[in-house]
Design a protein. Sequence first.
Length: 144
Amino acid sequence: MKEEQNRRVWAYARDPDVHSSVVIGQMSRLLGEAEQRSIPIVGMSQDRSDGRTLDRQGLKDVLRAIRTRYATAVLVRDVFRLSEDSYTLFRIMGVLQDHGAVLLCTAEDAYAGLRLKNVSQRLYQRAACFGLGLPWIEKGSEVL
């Protein structure tokens, strides 16, 4: 967990439900988990949408924080909070990868979720091509 504690983390919640209480509850659980794990949260944002586009204000805030290096990690419930669409998810993860940021999930292993969406292999290939790191914390490291 030490690696998590050394990161500046942006918390992000998204749900397609029209009731704001759903996404607010999701954010509350994220912040509670972060507090339990002593993860420093530097910002937070949320969206109520289906997640198939990059044109979401909360996501734009996340990506701006990563691009400016204000945040070095994104905390979500699971990979699907970023997007349920593989292409959109790959684009988001590419931004994290380009800036040396990682994805932290509270409800699943980030790598497992990315593998399920057929995104992890493309991120491995992208890392090899461009000499980048992987946008998740490796399984077997001290944080998992």
